[in-house]
Design a protein around this ligand. Structure first.
Ligand code: BGC
Length: 253
């Protein structure tokens, strides 16, 4: 069995698990810690180390071959080039090297939405889908992943598409719905505008909608008026963990 550890770093929580990559299932419980206040690199690295040690010692992670870590930032060659909901100290940091040093072994570092989207293509809602799949995560921001014929094109950052002079994620993310107390109908009007723009630019074959709010997809997905087939994500909270683990293995090949 090929096992890898996946770690998903977010603005509020950091979670990790051991993943069986052959079947795409977690084979350990999820170990979760709160994201340290301020989100500075040293504190986050220490928390990830606690999680990895725990998984290796207590949760069947002793024979893992790879560790993948996903994070809410543009990641270029292991370096974090932005920082969403964490400290600005991440900007320009060689995260890959920092984590590898602290953990005493190589890791693979990727954007959080890229990990989630990749997992949906390999194991979830877009399994075996050919052509262009675009996954977006609707949360505090909007994360995006572009996967063409199973190959990830990283760092697409479609949450920052500018429409009406403003980043789409400022008015279309789930945080905008909550902040402005929008009904699902009103929110879906904004999402329609956003996804039509995405459709126009990329002509995707499938749109996958993730993020915590995708649990409530019955309330709004059918109201998004686009011509591309649109489906809810399937892997929910585990998508980042699974995708980070799978990308770590793929990267090592
Ligand atoms: C960031 C992305 C991230 C997304 C979801 C956006 O604000 O720019 O890098 O993937 O939020 O966390």
């Amino acid at each position: 069995m090929t096992r890898a550890i996946g770690i998903d770093i977010g603005g509020t929580g950091i979670k990790g698990a051991v993943v069986d990559l052959a079947v795409g299932e977690l084979v350990s419980e999820r170990v979760k810690h709160a994201t340290p206040e301020g989100g500075v690199p040293d504190d986050i690295v220490s928390t990830v180390r606690l999680i990895v040690d725990d998984l290796v010692e207590n949760h069947r992670g002793d024979d893992v071959t790879h560790i993948g870590v996903c994070f809410p930032a543009i990641v270029r060659n292991g370096r974090t080039m932005s920082a969403a909901n964490v400290s600005d100290d991440w900007i320009g940091l060689d995260a890959d090297a920092r984590f590898s040093e602290a953990l005493g072994r190589g890791i693979h570092f990727v954007n959080d939405a890229d990990a989630a989207g990749y997992a949906e293509v390999v194991y979830g809602a877009a399994r075996d889908h050919r052509g262009l799949v675009i996954m977006t995560t609707l949360g505090t921001g909007i994360g995006s992943a572009l996967i063409y014929d199973g190959v990830l094109i990283p760092n697409s950052e479609l949450g920052h598409l500018e429409l009406d002079g403003d980043d789409a994620e400022h008015w279309a993310a789930n945080s905008a719905r909550e902040r402005e107390d929008l009904s699902f109908e009103r929110w879906a009007e904004r999402l329609t505008r956003y996804y039509r723009h995405v459709e126009f630019l990329f002509s995707p074959d499938l749109l996958v909608i993730g993020g915590g709010v995708s649990k409530q997809h019955d309330e709004f997905l059918h109201l998004i008026d686009v011509s591309t087939p649109i489906v809810p994500a399937e892997l929910r909270n585990n998508a980042g963990i699974m995708g980070a683990a799978a990308l770590a293995q793929r990267h090592s090949r």
